[in-house]
Design a binder for this molecule. Structure first.
Ligand code: PLP
Length: 458
């Protein structure tokens, strides 16, 4: 559920008309509801309370400094996949000792930095990585906290590009090998502190059955590793799906009880998993969860302005000022986002159209042949449920600056990020000295350096 709704025909985020934000901050603009973010965290915690999970927010879903700060203030931990994310969590006031560090390609630099900062655990994805962490921890005379990411070979039944828990995927160590890897690590790697196991079978799971299948498969292994090595935690990863086509009327809660009942939810997840997890927690195992999309997906929208309505012989195109560089999900995964006007027309007329961005790619499209509200040039539209994997994947493609982001808190709103200027979008680029007419006759060490902070010529 979320806190975007129509009041007197205008789309509101909590108590603020979204149109007023777009007028001040311009478009394309991401708008987030703080209330929704908090409610989503609390809802997950409440549903799963019988196993008292420690939530580690998956930073990759939305890494805005302000949102990380909110998560830190809610007292939860973080799931990071790079040293960049870990440092950003710290900058936002998060505790690094509440962070798990996942990812198949951790570099030596990243491992060393994470050891320096002190994290809760590395989620280790391969034996070479385990060896590397052990070697680097030894150099620092430390014991690195480690969980093995297990690939349980369970199909999450989600989009192929966000399925992570089968043997077709690059993630984790095969389920059958984990006991022997644990044994080897225990006897051989003296600078490893074996703390846990972790799974993450995929993202946007709209059915809880694959979660239950994976946890059921893992439970005996967790029990065994607890008995043999004192395993401390079992992370069940993230992946809980969201509903991308919710009703926006104030009665949207009814929608949840009707159409929404077929979707996965924290309550359904709890019903399926608590009986499986309870015996583990009773034996002292701590449960971790790494939600990303569920927390932030429905908490954010992308606001865009209609530039042109174009009619070809065959179709209608609504050309907007947002593009795939701002929100790549439809182009990347053919994902669905509800698209609604900020101001409802009195006639409520609709027409069939593609809503497309200005980028020179046919895939730069937010919907295709969809019946949408009739719109005209200058109208503002909201691309709903854009809070997760939207801004974090934004780029400068086609020379487009990264959009602005605003957070709403009831009647207040403030920038999470101001709009990038065109000049700052190329701030780290430079022109090699021999291509600068007034410099090219100079010897390399006498040439001007661009960008200015570049230390030396290669
Ligand atoms: N944990 C891990 C290891 C992940 O790879 C991901 C996403 O890919 C998540 C958690 C978060 O997933 P979601 O946003 O679907 O909750």
């Amino acid at each position: 559920m979320h806190n975007f709704h129509y009041k007197n025909g205008k789309l509101f985020c909590e108590s603020i008309a979204v149109e007023s934000l777009a007028q001040q901050a311009g478009t394309p603009l991401y708008v987030y509801s703080q209330k929704t973010l908090v409610e989503n965290i609390r809802r997950l915690e409440t549903a799963m309370a019988p196993v008292n999970p420690h939530l580690c927010y998956a930073v990759k879903a939305n890494a805005s400094l302000g949102i990380l700060s909110l998560m830190a203030q809610l007292g939860i931990g973080f799931d990071v996949v790079s040293i960049g994310e870990l440092k950003k969590v710290k900058q936002a006031g998060g505790k690094t000792e509440q962070c798990v560090f996942a990812g198949v390609g951790k570099t030596e630099e990243e491992i060393n930095a994470a050891l320096d900062l002190g994290i809760y655990a590395f989620n280790v994805e391969s034996i070479p990585e385990l060896e590397r962490i052990n070697r680097l921890a030894k150099k620092q005379d430390k014991k690195a906290p480690v969980a093995i990411r297990v690939n349980p070979n369970v199909d999450a039944k989600t989009h192929a590009k966000i399925t992570t828990g089968t043997y077709e995927n690059k993630f984790g160590i095969a389920f059958e090998e984990v006991a022997s890897v644990y044994q080897k690590a225990h006897s051989k790697y003296k600078n490893i502190h074996l703390k846990g196991v972790q799974i993450h079978i995929g993202s946007q799971l709209t059915n809880v059955a694959p979660f239950a299948k994976a946890v059921k498969k893992m439970a005996p292994l967790v029990t065994q590793l607890r008995a043999e090595y004192g395993l401390e935690f079992f992370s069940i990863g993230g992946g809980l799906g969201i509903v991308y086509n919710q009703a926006l009327e104030s009665g949207s809660a009814d929608w949840w009880h009707n159409e929404g009942k077929n979707y996965a939810s924290p309550e359904k997840l709890a019903k399926a998993l608590i009986p499986l997890l309870k015996p583990l927690t009773a034996s002292g195992v701590k449960v971790l969860m790494e939600p990303g999309r569920f927390v932030v997906g429905n908490a954010g929208i992308l606001v865009t302005r209609v530039e042109y309505i174009k009619q070809t012989g065959k179709k209608n195109f609504v050309i907007v000022d947002a593009a795939m560089n701002d929100l790549i999900r439809p182009a990347l995964y053919e994902s669905y986002h509800q698209i609604v006007p900020l101001k409802k027309s009195r006639t409520e007329k609709t027409f069939k159209a593609d809503v497309v961005g200005p980028i020179c790619e046919s895939g730069d499209r937010f919907c295709q042949n969809r019946e949408i509200s009739e719109v005209k040039e200058g109208d503002l539209l909201a691309i709903m449920s854009a809070g997760a994997y939207g801004m974090t994947m934004a780029s400068n493609y086609n020379g487009r600056p990264i959009p602005a982001e605003v957070l709403v808190n009831d009647k207040e709103a403030d920038y999470l990020r101001i709009r990038e200027s065109i000049q700052t979008s190329w701030r780290y680029e430079g022109i090699p000295g021999w291509l600068i007419p007034e410099e090219k006759t100079l010897p390399p060490n006498k040439r001007k350096r661009t960008p200015k902070n570049k230390k030396e010529n290669i």
